[in-house]
Design a protein. Structure first.
Length: 252
């Protein structure tokens, strides 16, 4: 599986199950993982349902792919996107795919792409079915991409706090898998393991921008920073994480 910011990525958007209002932020997120060399949005552009996409398509140079709804109740857009994805896969022109949809119909597509050794980034709302989320290497909930006001609403804060208790077992499982004999794990290794175990994991789901910031908020963890590269003009810092001694004693 290719990794790094030099990846060539195909961004395939299921316009029937994605919101035009967040696509600019979504493409900015894509740029963190690579370069979007293919940008396509699929839908029946003759309908009024997708009229909000017109300005976005032109502004962001996204190619609209027309797919008529031939039969009521059947989503021909999904089939068109899947066929194109397989065509792109077999050309070998990209290193990975960004599948933008909240529809579980793309679960098998994500799995097939990963079987071929390519990376899959999923983008969808929190209502996205778990099988599709799990089929991706990483899944980003589009709610965290929307611009937020300086002062979050009370219900937004409550929603973030409600998610935090679920974080502890995720972190401790990942920590057990990555810790050295002294109990310490690097922040990078911990973050990678969290994403492998839970593709939808992202510090922004919990109201913070960075993993280190999120770990420092967890009272059951110790966090230390070790300066590296003495004698250089730039001092790199390695961040390490482990359970607090009291927490380890409780598990014995």
């Amino acid at each position: 599986m290719a990794t790094g910011n030099n990846e060539k990525l195909a961004v395939l958007i299921d316009a029937d199950n994605a919101q035009a209002a967040v696509i600019q932020e979504l493409l900015a997120e894509v740029s963190r993982y690579g370069t979007a060399t293919i940008k396509r949005a699929y839908g029946d552009w003759t309908t009024q349902n997708l009229k909000g996409w017109k300005e976005v398509l032109h502004k962001l140079a996204i190619q609209p792919i027309q797919q008529f709804a031939y039969t009521t109740g059947k989503n021909s857009t999904d089939a068109s996107l899947i066929i194109d994805a397989m065509d792109v896969l077999h050309t070998g022109s990209v290193d990975g795919f960004c599948l933008v949809s909240s529809d579980s119909d793309f679960t098998r597509l994500a799995t097939r792409i990963r079987e071929a050794g390519l990376v899959v980034y999923g983008f969808g709302e929190r209502k996205t079915p778990e099988p599709f989320v799990a089929a991706c290497d990483k899944f980003i909930y589009t709610e965290i991409l929307r611009a937020k006001p300086d002062e979050p609403k009370a219900e937004e804060v409550a929603a973030e706090v409600a998610e935090l208790p679920k974080l502890k077992p995720m972190v401790l499982t990942a920590l057990d898998a990555t810790a050295r004999e002294d109990g310490w794990s690097t922040l990078a290794a911990l973050g990678s393991q969290l994403t492998r175990n839970h593709p939808s994991f992202d510090p922004r789901n919990y109201g913070v921008a960075k993993l280190g910031e999120l770990m420092r908020k967890q009272g059951y963890l110790e966090v230390k920073e070790v300066p590296m590269g003495e004698g250089s003009n730039q001092v790199h810092v390695h961040v390490y994480v482990r359970r607090k001694a009291a927490q380890v004693a409780k598990t014995k």
